[in-house]
Design a protein around this ligand. Structure first.
Ligand code: M6R
Length: 365
């Protein structure tokens, strides 16, 4: 079943060109249409005025990227909450809000209980973005979008994450169109970018030999810091989660602008700092955050795309991801942080597919 791979996580990382292509197939064939989310999606989408995303772990990080797409493309206000926080606090229900749960397994208790709570508060517009057909969350939701990642066995979520991002991008485009914010030429441009996405994912996978060299340098570290801004802050969070989950290296992620508000105190010449720094509108800001790290002797490991300009020096290690992918860039940058965690774990000899203390599907509180 593993074919040429040593671990499910490795196989699942490498399946991402196919998984993203399968998940995008509907929109590429049919264009941006509400029916991708279920037969009464057009009715529901016409009634909603905001979005609330509920999820846990990696799926929550997908939601953090999704919020930015929903607000910038569709102009619709969006909140993202961890299910276990939402369910126990007093929130202000809005019956016109679309409640979106995101889950690979569809069985995560924290997310399921959050959905039940939302419904009890009067939310009727519910959408499940899920990888497992007919699991609890899609069964309890009015609308469904199935990611087509295929079975994900490794405890560390990989292809589920990138396909969730594809689903959220399609949702943002659909709500944008429904709200009159997606001109025909813009739609065509986004669809073309989506067509090219699986190929760009493959290019990112081809960076594996370089990332392996970095991972060898990480394996004897006790701590690592991950930085990103804007669309790439959730990718920093995801990189830190992957690294701690399977290599047991303590990793923290921060939006790079937060450095001097505290975490900079941790930086010395023993601290590897991974920076997600593609050529987006925040690149110059990220570069000045990188200077703050260098000035304290921090070891910078930078994922930059072909359009961001850096010079590699001893203290700045740079790996170039493909040409800047615009709004889809977080999907591309998920790949190298997954590979970094995988190879660091391999080097440490941990049980990559079944890390200690963790279960694939968290069905208890
Ligand atoms: O099945 P779900 O997407 O609902 O699972 C949510 C989290 O438990 C999951 O993403 C977890 O954080 C992963 N082990 C991360 O790699």
């Amino acid at each position: 079943e593993l074919g040429p791979y040593d671990h499910y996580m490795q196989k699942e990382i490498h399946e991402q060109p196919r998984a993203t292509a399968d998940t995008l197939e509907g929109v590429i064939d049919a264009g941006v249409v509400p029916a991708l989310f279920g037969s009464d999606a057009a009715t529901v989408f016409a009634e909603v005025d905001s979005v609330l995303i509920l999820a846990s772990g990696t799926s929550y990080y997908a939601g953090l990227v999704g919020r930015q797409w929903l607000e910038s493309l569709a102009g619709i206000p969006c909140n993202v909450e961890l299910g276990h926080e939402y369910r126990y606090r007093d929130s202000i229900p809005n019956p016109r809000q679309l409640v979106v749960t995101i889950s690979q397994s569809g069985e995560t208790l924290d997310t399921m209980e959050a959905l039940k709570r939302a419904k009890a508060l009067g939310h009727a517009h519910t959408l499940s973005i899920c990888n497992v057909q007919e699991s609890a969350l899609p069964r309890a939701s009015r609308l469904v979008f199935y990611t087509r990642a295929g079975a994900e066995i490794g405890v560390a979520s990989t292809k589920a994450f990138t396909t969730q991002l594809c689903a959220l991008f399609i949702l943002a485009l659909t709500l944008a169109k429904q709200r009159g914010r997606l001109a025909a030429d813009a739609e065509a441009g986004h669809l073309e970018a989506l067509r090219q996405l699986p190929g760009s994912v493959q290019h990112a996978l081809n960076l594996e030999p370089q990332i392996k060299v970095w991972a060898e340098q990480f394996a004897d570290k006790d701590h690592a810091l991950f930085l990103g801004r804007g669309l790439h802050y959730p990718i920093a969070l995801e990189g830190a989660l992957k690294l701690k989950e399977i290599s047991y290296i303590h990793a923290e992620a921060y939006p790079a602008g937060e450095l001097k508000h505290g975490p900079l105190a941790l930086v010395d010449d023993k601290m590897p700092v991974v920076v997600i720094a593609p050529n987006d509108s925040l690149l110059e800001k990220v570069k000045s955050n990188m200077q703050e790290v260098r000035a304290r002797g921090g070891q910078l490991y930078v994922f930059a795309d072909l359009d961001s300009h850096f010079s590699a020096t001893d203290a700045v290690h740079v790996i170039r991801t493909p040409r800047h992918a615009g709004l889809l860039s977080p999907i591309i940058h998920a790949i190298p942080v997954q590979l970094l965690a995988y190879h660091a774990a391999l080097r440490k000899g941990t049980d990559v597919d079944k890390p200690r203390n963790l279960a694939k599907s968290v069905t208890v509180e």
